[in-house]
Design a protein around this ligand. Structure first.
Ligand code: AP5
Ligand code: MG
Length: 230
């Protein structure tokens, strides 16, 4: 997740986009493409934590056991990391949040953080997908351990088995994609993150999308919704 230079295309977005949805709903898949198309940073807190874990930082050592249990990392750790990242100049033209915010406290703090940036009103997109479908997607997901590119044994796998098409990194199954951990992640989503749909709906900041269709269809519809925003 390298820093991107502020781009002219980003001026078409000029807002923070927040992708909401259960684990496996397709947030990462869609966020990467939207960020690439608009030339703005893709900010996945899950990817940031996995980078810290891979590098063995203090933050990574704190986050690792929590992530592997399927629970949420405490708000103060997440918020410190996000505030540092959003303060960098490449977020001035907007950004795409993936997996953040995930609690009401995070959403409230994000409003304050974004109010300091010269951006249009943030919009949240809820990717709605049935629970059985997301569980199946997670079990079949494979990920690049180096750049985070997403693959699926049901759909797209790398051209050279075991090696990422983007960076040549090793393809792995995420440690938290085991079935027992997935159940805990779903419970955390229902209890702590799902209420954010209502939070953004009440503020008139929610777009809803049927995320159960194929990746290209979801992407086309998402881009259409974004282009129609004022
Ligand atoms: P995180 O990495 O954010 O995981 P998650 O929210 O559980 O979401 P996933 O990455 O599993 O799913 P996704 O929606 O990105 O789906 P994807 O596009 O990969 O968080 C991991 C952990 O970090 C958390 O449990 C927590 O401990 C911690 N954490 C992170 N952020 C935090 C925060 N803010 N606060 C506290 N703790 C935090 O797609 C899934 C699969 O489906 C792929 O194989 C893909 O190819 C496939 N697919 C995608 N779309 C489609 C489609 N339309 N049709 C068919 N297949 C599809
Ligand atoms: Mg993801």
């Amino acid at each position: 997740m390298a820093d991107a230079a502020p781009s002219a295309a980003g001026n078409r977005l000029r807002r923070a986009l927040i992708l909401l949805g259960a684990p496996g709903a397709g947030k990462g898949t869609q966020a990467k493409e939207v960020a690439r198309i608009y030339g703005v940073p893709h900010l996945s807190t899950g990817d940031m934590f996995r980078e810290h874990v891979a590098k063995g930082t203090e933050l990574g050592r704190r986050a690792k056991p929590i992530m592997e249990s399927g629970r949420l990392v405490p708000d103060e750790i997440v918020l410190g990391m996000v505030e540092e990242r959003v303060a960098r100049p490449d977020c001035a033209a907007g950004c795409v949040f993936d997996g953040f915010p995930r609690t009401l406290a995070q959403a409230q703090r994000l409003e304050e953080i974004l109010s300091l940036l010269p951006l249009r009103r943030a919009m949240a997109v809820n990717l709605a997908v049935d629970q059985e479908v997301v569980v199946r997607r997670i079990i079949s997901r494979r990920t690049c351990s180096k750049c985070g590119a997403i693959y699926s044994t049901d759909a797209k796998m790398p051209q050279v088995p075991g090696k990422c098409d983007v960076c040549g990194g090793e393809i792995i199954q995420r440690p938290d994609d085991r079935e027992d951990v997935v159940r805990q992640r779903m419970a955390a989503y229902q209890e702590q993150t799902r209420p954010l749909i209502e939070f953004y709906r009440r503020r008139g900041q929610l777009l809803e999308l049927d995320g159960s269709r194929d990746i290209a269809t979801v992407q086309r519809e998402l881009l259409g919704l974004l282009e129609r925003l004022q």
